[in-house]
Unconditional design. Sequence first.
Lengths: 309, 182
Amino acid sequence: MTNLSVNHLLGIKDLTADDIQLIFQTADHFKEVINRPIKKVPSLRDITIANIFFENSTRTKLSFELAEKRLSADVINFSSSNSSVKKGETLLDTVNNILSMKVDMVVMRHSSPGAAHFLSRHIDANIVNAGDGTHEHPTQALLDTYSIREKIQELKGKKVAIIGDILHSRVALSNIYALKKLGAEVMVCGPATLLPKYISELGVQISWDVREALEWCDVANILRIQLERQQLKYFPSLREYSLYYGVNKKLLDSLGKEIIVMHPGPINRGVEISSDVADSKQSIILNQVENGVAIRMAVLYLLAQKRQN
Amino acid sequence: MEKRLILDTDLLQITINRLVEELIENHKDFQDTVLIGLQPRGVFLAKRIQNRLNERLNKELPLGLLDTTFYRDDFRRRDTPLKANATKIPFIIEDKKVILIDDVLFTGRTVRAALDAMIAFGRPRLVELLTFIDRKYTRDLPIQPDYVGIRVNTIKTQRVLVEWTDQGAENDKIWLVTNEEK
């Protein structure tokens, strides 16, 4: 297979296992490219990409921008904090205005779930969802699973625990889809108030005990507590959360096995993960960031390929 | 479809040996010279050249593999997309003499992309092109080989088929394939 089955990357839900493998294989080549003395290839030199971020981001935005530049695309950036959105322009109007400047692809982050899907039905450009509210964050899930694959080769049959704020996490949902498609077993773990009611219908196991989850898994993906999305109080205090669900060195050492520790960032050190774990040998947090650029290059390259001249 | 044999296994080996002698004539002991095979199909020829050179010079010459997919000028213009292959350049090409090796030289566009791709690894002192089959009168670009196995007259609709045992063929053979007029 040399082509993706989709024209946009809106979510992992729409991808096939073959699509994911093709993205991984392509990312392998781009990973080699970004480790060269000259880290740039001319593939997308005739493509213009707009990065539209209606929500804050450091890692994802930088990573996308770097990926685009490594592929020689022209890049324009837009963030809502200093734009006409503040003056009341609608999403469609904003994007159509950007598109009339002849943009081929759009990378968008938005706080509303489904924003990328909405856009893909109304405009001609290829869309990459860089996170839509609490829904999906496909490139993060791709780079997470890619990083696991890099560490332990095969995902089939491996056990991955996703720990923390599952309810508000687009990373969790996209990761569940990706891991299941690649044949891994998934467990979600967190306080009952932060686990969505029907999550087991996605075919995942549920645990309320972080020790149980850690003892079960080969890989632990620890998520951030998203205080900015929590309008209610889901647990009494951060300190209590950290006491019951925080992953620290002592806990990991008592497992009697070495598991891989991941975190999509940004880290709240001392809340969901302690510093000695985040900076330990077991942690592949910085590998995830490096792989993010290669994965995003692969996604953009493969989507551009669908755009015939 | 008509298939005509251009080179059989014996003649193919003789040609490789001759190309190797030509290389030695120009590059002597390969002190400052490196070999780079173009992915995917030039690599099989490059490995044979490397083996024969190792035999003749009694040393282990390194071989680089170069993939041109991301540098091609026909990205998004092809009907069927190309799949990328691995690039492995395990040596420094800065100030070296580089011999690019590919099996068939047709339009010259792959070689143009290869020159671009190679420059990403450094600035060689000299670049030469070795090609097994030179298809005459089909070039789109002003690119000519320095070492040629065999020159053949072909038209654009014909195809040169190279079979290597590495790919599961019974023998190394080179064919000229002519598709029937539609």
